[in-house]
Design a binder for this molecule. Structure first.
Ligand SMILES: NC(=O)c1ccc[n+]([C@@H]2O[C@H](COP(=O)([O-])OP(=O)(O)OC[C@H]3O[C@@H](n4cnc5c(N)ncnc54)[C@H](OP(=O)(O)O)[C@@H]3O)[C@@H](O)[C@H]2O)c1
Length: 388
């Protein structure tokens, strides 16, 4: 039985992971759960999966959770905040940590899990974008490993075995294009937050849905792929594929291209990481290509979707560039959701921030997090704060 700790258990990835745990009784045990504010969902999860330790976002939420659990006679230990996330990520006896909180808050617990030598099934791409090199080093030194959960990266991971690295020519991550990939710049300028969180092919949390709509999600994934597969940025590209059936393409020096195909269901890449190196007999509908009919591919238009170019610029700057890209995007998305800025301002703000970033590489997670805070403070104080 594999023992799991799930960070972000009430989110889209967390729920999909628990769905798999439920479907394979006797294979997985849940020792720890960490969530943010959704107490109702978390309470139900604690009742069903009986973890030893649970964490929530704040002390006040922990108090309410405690009242709920005790009223049902449950003695589960409760913790909270950034420290609570780390406690769940480093629990004794846990083999695999599912890192699936959203945003920069995922970095510290992901790092601590690797420091503790755990296998980390990584959905929280923001942590890889902020500190991929340091996370790789930490995994190597402490006997942990990082297994990708993102469907595109899982697809590449599944396509590489048996191939020699020197023959790899290019990785192509596919992107659905989000809900607006056919829209003009004028139409994009008028997109409201409610439309941006509705993804046409995937059911995901609000932040990643908006990232998909701006294509910043693909920008983050290109940076993530660079570190996960140790491939230089020049060999990583993206292609719009609205059907989301082909998840990635791996091209070799002889022109051969391996494509990974599957129905767009996050439970497939999650199951692959959970069971690795085995495969689970998943009881879901199989891919029916005759029914799909057509698979289309389009180049990304940099005029309407400048996010990919920002990813390459950020990587060219160095660690400070990718930390700044991530922080600026998180701030910009929050402002867009609050109605303070328009849809196109998200990538414009990120571009503005990248213009001002000094070139710096970091040798510790503390330095990465410190720079992340500096970028957010700069955005709160600077002219970018007045946009809208
Ligand atoms: N969804 C997908 O299909 C997908 C695919 C690939 C990669 N990813 C990546 O996976 C991560 C999660 O995405 P998602 O779509 O699952 O997001 P989501 O549905 O918004 O879920 C986010 C999770 O993080 C928790 N959380 C947020 N802030 C927290 C905090 N300060 N402390 C503790 N927990 C906190 C939330 O708790 P509450 O809800 O209880 O507040 C929730 O459990 C993101 O990095 C995303 O890019 C997602």
């Amino acid at each position: 039985m594999k023992t799991l700790a799930i960070l972000g258990s009430t989110g889209s990835i967390g729920l999909n992971t628990l769905d798999l745990v439920r479907r394979f009784p006797g294979r997985y045990r849940v020792a720890g759960l960490a969530a943010g504010e959704n107490l109702e969902q978390l309470l139900a999860q604690v009742q069903e999966f009986r973890p030893r330790l649970v964490s929530v976002k704040s002390a006040a939420l922990a108090e309410r959770l405690e009242a709920g659990l005790r009223s049902q006679g449950m003695e589960t230990e409760i913790c909270w905040g950034a420290e609570g996330l780390v406690r769940v990520a480093t629990m004794a006896g846990v083999e695999m940590v599912i890192s699936a909180v959203v945003g920069a808050v995922g970095l510290q617990p992901t790092y601590e899990a690797l420091l503790a030598g755990r296998q980390v099934a990584l959905a929280n791409k923001e942590s890889m974008v902020m500190a991929g090199r340091l996370l790789n080093e930490t995994a190597r030194r402490h006997g942990g490993c990082i297994l990708p959960l993102d469907s595109e990266h899982s697809a590449i991971w599944q396509s590489l075995p048996g191939e020699r690295r020197e023959f790899l020519a290019r990785l192509t991550l596919t992107a659905s294009g989000g809900p607006f990939f056919r829209c003009s710049r004028e139409e994009l300028a008028a997109v409201p937050p409610a439309a941006a969180v509705k993804h046409p092919r995937w059911s995901m949390g609000p932040k990643i849905s908006i990232d998909s709509a701006t294509m910043m999600n693909k920008a983050l994934e290109i940076i993530e792929a660079r570190w996960l597969f140790q491939v230089p940025p020049v060999k990583i590209t993206a292609l719009i594929h609205p059907q989301s059936i082909v998840h990635s393409l791996v091209e070799f020096c002889d022109g051969a291209v391996l494509a990974h195909l599957a129905r767009p269901d996050m439970r497939l890449p999650i199951a692959y990481a959970l069971a690795y190196p085995e495969r689970l007999p998943l009881p879901f509908p199989v891919l029916d290509l005759a029914r799909e009919g057509k698979l289309e591919f389009f180049a990304v238009d940099p005029e309407r979707f400048p996010a990919l170019e920002l990813a390459y610029r950020a990587m060219e700057i160095g660690d400070s560039g990718t930390v700044a890209l991530n922080a600026a995007n998180e701030v910009a998305v929050a402002r867009f959701v609050a109605g303070e800025i328009g849809f196109l301002d998200i990538t414009a703000l990120v571009a503005e921030v990248l213009e001002q970033v000094p070139r710096r590489d970091f040798t510790s997670i503390a330095a990465v997090m410190d720079f992340d805070r500096q970028v957010r403070a700069m955005m709160a104080a600077g002219p970018a704060a007045d946009r809208g």
